[in-house]
Design a protein around this ligand. Sequence first.
Ligand code: NIG
Ligand code: FE
Length: 422
Amino acid sequence: MTLLFVNAAQVVTCRGVGAARRGREMSDAGVVTGVAVAVTDGTIAAVGPQAELERGYAHASRVDCDGRLLTPGLVDSHTHAVFGKPRFEEQELRAAGLDYMEIARRGGGIHASVRDLRARDEDSLLELAVVRLRRLASYGVTTVEVKSGYGLTPEDELKSLRVVRQLGERLPMRLVPTWLGAHEIPLEFREVREGRSEYVRLLVSTMLPGVASEGLARFADVFCEPGVFTIDEARTILTAARSAGLGLKLHADELRPSGGAELAAEIGATSADHLAAISETGIRVLAESNTVATLLPGTMLFLGKEKQAPARALVDAGAAVALATDFNPGTSPTTNFPLIMTLGVSQLRLSVAEAMIAATVNGAAALSLADRIGQISPGFSADLALFDAQDVRELPYWYGDRRCVATWVRGRACHTSTVETL
Ligand code: NIG
Ligand code: FE
């Protein structure tokens, strides 16, 4: 099966090496005009002058891009998409002056989602998540990382990760599962002496082996933050996860600095995420490491924080920066990835090319997939998105709009609204 994508106003190729782009390497999104894209058996076969490819691929099915913008499918490398009820009541509490961490201390926040998820079965969670991920797809996302982390018992964490596995079977999107059993210290462990260390033992000795033996996760993650998991606890949990064959991620320096970025670099994490409170040393060590700095500006916006991650300093120091939604019921209830790119430009002061690379190549690198997805280049998977725009700069410009009209994963239609196959 061969497809030929023709008549795009621009093709944003993001082409280059199949690895994270760091520092100045992020400043070219490889925008080309007058080209067509040939796809054979789900893989990009050629990107070249349209007239030439029309001759070479005369028998291909043509996909008329009709003067729109063709990009790599967006890669959302950080979500908590498996949850039950939304938590809209907390937004007003914060507006009234109650802090996110204070809400958690009172048994709300993550604890509220945990109570709710534990009471639901797999089917109920699956139905909710399917709809939410379809929304994410409708904004141009073709790959999504999904974390557990609202179960916090061996059974409920396995239940959440089985939902992610089912999502991968039900939806045409590419799913990457992450085990986040270390998202909070559950209340039943907070309330007893030695509870913290008992919970860390449960994570390492019971939960992790269960997750690993069923092959339910590619990554392990820890919410490392004052009041949640300490640096030493995070190191213990992630070191065990590495021995169990999982890649490593870390919620690092989200609200207060605690050396999370430094730990991520030290243990060779694939990504360090959030980083709004990263230290100067943290910036330097991340820039010198292979760890992707994943920034989540929607979270700071939604929490009403004035501070954002120092994206400019990170890029200028030579770090590889990715953007993601952090889609979750507490701190970032949005599925609008292009809006996150808007924040990337207007709040984080990235250029459009940097935001584009952050949402594609570097998102893929944050999932160890940069050799397969994130680019429109020969040999890469045909994971594509078509937007109702003529210029790449329109993507972060029409903020809050849903401009995506179609996506493809491995050359197969994923989300569709109006595009026609001729
Ligand atoms: O990435 N920081 C920890 N986890 C999520 C929030 C989860 C929640 O509040 O439900 C985050 O912001
Ligand atoms: Fe998160």
